[in-house]
Write a protein that binds this ligand. Structure first.
Ligand code: TMP
Length: 203
């Protein structure tokens, strides 16, 4: 089963991931945890470029680097693990590209699809989207370390991203489950866990 986690900066993905890892370990469920960008050795190099705020990238160049990272990720990590029937839990995946490059960078969806569709990336079985008002998320993110190339963007960029995620969730309700991230850390985990258990029981 392929599970992805999505959300804007500061939405609480890392905290939820720690809870989910412990839960899978306790339940003795075989899983791998992975992330985008940067899960493969090649992707780690691409991640450095993508997050480096001293590097100016055209939005399409940025998209191509993210897609190259994803291609390596899918071929070297995701597909082999799915073939072994493991649970794959990925911190970010395709929806990030539609939200950040599509809405954030304002690349038209048809244009994005023209590049993405031929790559035949597998569709997640379940996507957990952590939703948080933009100002709240940015406050949390800014309290952490130095800002990267994305985190430095204006508030409008993140408003567009949040709206895009909410739209994606509406259009893909068969696989995207939205959690209100203003809930407590425990509540967010319990909601995510229940949703994963339901999906596991269905499969
Ligand atoms: P992270 O902070 O969650 O590790 O992600 C790094 C940044 O990469 C984050 O700001 C979102 C961005 N990103 C995109 O813009 N498009 C994508 O397709 C992915 C996977 C990430």
């Amino acid at each position: 089963m392929f599970i992805t986690l999505e959300g804007s900066e500061g939405a609480g993905k890392s905290t939820l991931i720690e809870h989910l890892k412990k839960y899978f370990l306790n339940k003795k469920i075989e899983f791998i945890f992975t992330k985008e960008p940067g899960a493969t050795a090649e992707g780690a190099e691409l991640r450095k470029i993508l997050l480096d705020k001293t590097i100016e990238l055209d939005s399409l160049s940025e998209t191509f680097l993210l897609l190259a990272d994803r291609l390596e990720h899918v071929r070297k990590i995701i597909n082999p693990a799915l073939e072994e029937n493991k649970i794959v839990l990925s911190d970010r995946y395709l929806d990030s590209t539609y939200a950040y490059q599509g809405a954030g960078r304002e690349i038209n969806k048809d244009e994005l699809d023209r590049f993405i569709k031929p790559l035949n990336f597998p569709e997640p079985d379940l996507t957990i989207y952590l939703d948080l008002p933009v100002d709240e998320g940015l406050k949390r993110a800014q309290g952490r370390d130095k800002l990267d190339r994305f985190e430095e963007e204006e508030i409008d960029f993140f408003e567009r991203i949040r709206n895009a995620y909410l739209k994606l969730a509406k259009e893909n309700s068969h696989r995207i489950f939205t959690i209100d991230s203003t809930n407590s850390e425990t509540k967010v985990f319990e909601l995510a866990r229940d949703c994963i258990e339901k999906k596991l029981n269905e499969s």
